[in-house]
Design a protein around this ligand. Structure first.
Ligand code: TXA
Ligand code: MG
Length: 308
C-alpha cells in the first residue's frame, strides 16, 4: 500500500452500506456510486471530514462541493427552495440535476463546502446504493467526483483506485455508472430565471454565457488524461489512440451505432484507456453537439485544453 490508508473494498449489499455509513459517520472518505460518476463522499456537516476531501483530491479550496440529499425535506433544511426550484426538484429528482440555491444561514454545512459563496449546490442522486446510504445516514453528504483534481472522472471502481488508492478509506464496488458524465448544474435566480452552469445528462439548454466562471470547477483545463488530445479527428496518426464514434472506428469506440447516451456512458472509460495506452496522443472523432452531446463536447474540450 502506498499512501495514508489501506483503501477498503466494500460490497454494495446491506452489510456494505452499513459499513460505508459507519466510516462516513466517523468522518472518513468513501467513494460511492451515483448514476453519473463515482463521488468521493464525506459528511457535509463536518469541517474535518470536508477538509479530507480537499486533501485527498488535491482540490483548490475555491472550488465548492455538491451536497447530496435523500429528500426534498432534507434539502429544505439547507437552502431556500422557491417555486422554480421546487418545480425542478419535482420534475427531475432523483436524477442528474444539481441546483445552486441560496444557502440558509442555519444550514448545518461546513463552510468549506460552499467555498465562501452564499449558495449551496444540492442534488438527489438516482442510484439505489447511494440512496440507501443517504437514507441510512440521514446526513447531507458532500461528494465531488472521485478523482484527483483536474484528472478524468471515474465511472467504475477501478478508475477510482487508479486515482485515489491509499488516499481514501474505502470504495463501494457497484459496477459502472449509467449516465457517465456529471450532473447538469443549474443556478436558480431570485427572479425565477435559471442559468445552466454545467451541461450534463439533462438537456436544459447550453451553458449560459456572460456569467464568467460561476461554477468555479468549470476551469478551461479539466478531465486531463495527461497527454495531448485532438478533437474532431477524422484520420488517425500512428501515435494516436483513436476514440471513435459511429462510422469512425478506433482503439475504443464511444458508440458504434452513433448513440449519444451510450457515448456519454463510455466517455471517461475510453479516456482512461487512452491515458493508460502506450500511444503518445489521443484523437477523438467528431461528436454531434446535440442533447447529451453538448455535455460530451464540453468535457472533451476541457480534456483537450492544456493546463497552464
Ligand atoms: O454528477 C455529479 O454532479 C457528481 C456526482 C458525484 O454527484 N459530482 C460532481 O462534483 O461532478 P464535482 O465536484 O466534480 O463538480 C462540482 C461542480 C464544480 O464545477 C463546482 O464548482 C460546482 O459544482 N459547484 C458546487 N457548488 C457550487 C455553488 N455553490 N455555486 C456554483 N457552483 C458550484
Ligand atoms: Mg469533478
Amino acid at each position: 500500500m502506498v499512501g495514508k490508508y489501506a483503501t477498503e473494498t466494500i460490497l454494495a449489499d446491506a452489510e456494505g452500506i452499513a459499513r460505508a455509513a459507519q466510516i462516513l459517520r466517523d468522518g472518513g472518505l468513501v467513494a460511492v456510486p451515483t448514476e453519473t460518476v463515482y463521488g468521493l463522499a464525506a459528511r457535509a456537516d463536518s469541517d474535518e471530514a470536508v477538509a479530507r476531501i480537499y486533501e485527498a483530491k488535491g482540490r483548490p479550496s475555491f472550488n465548492p462541493l455538491i451536497v447530496h440529499v435523500h429528500s426534498v425535506e432534507q434539502a429544505a433544511r439547507l437552502a431556500v427552495i422557491d417555486q422554480t426550484a421546487r418545480a425542478l426538484m419535482d420534475r427531475y429528482w432523483p436524477g442528474p440535476l444539481t441546483l445552486v440555491l441560496p444557502r440558509l444561514p442555519e444550514a448545518q454545512i461546513a463552510a468549506a463546502v460552499s467555498a465562501g459563496l452564499d449558495t449551496v449546490a444540492l442534488r438527489m442522486p438516482d442510484h439505489p446504493v447511494m440512496q440507501a446510504l443517504l437514507s441510512e445516514l440521514d446526513l447531507p453528504i458532500a461528494a465531488p467526483s472521485a478523482n484527483r483534481s483536474g484528472f478524468i472522472s471515474p465511472t467504475n471502481p477501478d478508475h477510482v483506485r487508479a486515482s485515489l488508492d491509499g488516499r481514501i478509506n474505502a470504495v463501494i464496488q457497484a459496477g459502472a455508472c449509467a449516465a457517465g458524465v456529471e450532473s447538469t448544474i443549474v443556478a436558480v435566480r431570485a427572479d425565477g430565471a435559471i442559468d445552466v452552469l454545467r451541461p450534463g445528462p439533462l438537456d436544459l439548454g447550453g451553458p449560459s454565457l456572460g456569467h464568467g466562471i460561476e461554477a468555479p470547477g468549470q476551469l478551461a483545463s479539466h478531465y486531463a488524461p495527461g497527454k495531448p488530445v485532438r478533437l474532431n479527428a477524422t484520420e488517425v496518426a500512428p501515435d494516436d489512440f483513436m476514440i471513435g464514434f459511429g462510422a469512425i472506428g478506433g482503439d475504443c469506440s464511444l458508440s458504434e451505432g452513433g448513440d449519444l447516451n451510450e457515448a456519454a456512458s463510455r466517455l471517461y472509460a475510453c479516456l482512461h484507456e487512452g491515458a493508460r495506452s502506450e500511444k503518445a496522443r489521443i484523437a477523438v472523432a467528431p461528436i454531434p453537439e446535440t442533447g447529451i452531446g453538448i455535455a460530451i463536447n464540453d468535457r472533451l474540450r476541457r480534456a483537450a485544453t492544456p493546463a497552464d
